[in-house]
Design a protein around this ligand. Structure first.
Ligand SMILES: Cc1cc2nc3c(=O)[nH]c(=O)nc-3n(C[C@H](O)[C@H](O)[C@H](O)COP(=O)(O)O)c2cc1C
Length: 173
């Protein structure tokens, strides 16, 4: 798949089967994350943590659902990639870095035929539960700054307005 096709193929998946992705594909996706643009090249301010343990995934799902009881914010995904970050060179730049890293990983996943979704909800679920934070082993001064679920969709999901320019553009020429 060429780059533009992979960018277009990426879409949010909100229901996953139990089928796990291969370690080889996971490594490629994580590598793509590590190739992202990062402000000030401050790569040490970021850390990727892969969660595939069913009990830990369940704990994160339940903690994340506290804001919306009765939901499953992880959508049953068998892999959750947690991006931890510390304060970096400029205020809040870590969240911009997170966007770059996670988008790279989602596009790489799409290229490999793997479904994904960027999850903000689970960030709160993680950061608000000290037991989960401890279990994930964040370095000192790090918090969760973004997460991404990976796996295979359990039904078909359509990308919103896939054939349209979704963001307004203006030209100053
Ligand atoms: C920073 C960020 C956080 C998001 N958090 C969630 C989330 O917690 N739950 C969810 O269902 N979708 C989440 N999404 C997915 C968006 O809703 C989705 O990208 C948008 O609806 C466009 O659809 P598409 O990804 O299929 O193109 C998030 C997306 C981004 C970029």
């Amino acid at each position: 798949m060429n780059t533009l096709d992979a960018i277009n193929a990426r879409k949010s998946t909100r229901g996953f089967s139990k089928r796990q992705i291969s370690d080889a594909d996971l490594e490629k996706i994580l590598f793509a994350g590590g190739q992202a643009a990062v402000g000030g090249a401050d790569f040490k301010s970021l850390k990727l943590i892969v969660v595939q343990n069913p009990e830990v995934l369940k704990a994160i799902d339940e903690s994340s659902a506290k804001a919306r009881p009765g939901t499953h914010p992880l959508y049953g995904a068998p892999t959750l990639v947690v991006l931890a970050g510390s304060r970096s060179i400029l205020e809040n730049i870590e969240y911009t870095n997170a966007g770059c890293v996670i988008e790279n990983m989602m596009v790489a996943a799409a290229d490999l035929g793997i479904d994904s979704i960027y999850l903000w909800m689970s960030m709160y679920g993680i950061n608000n539960d000290p037991e989960i934070v401890k279990c994930l082993g964040f370095p000192e001064g790090f918090t969760c700054i973004g997460t991404m679920a990976l796996g295979y969709a359990d039904r078909e999901f359509k990308k919103l307005k896939a054939d349209e320019q979704r963001i307004e553009v203006s030209y100053i020429r």
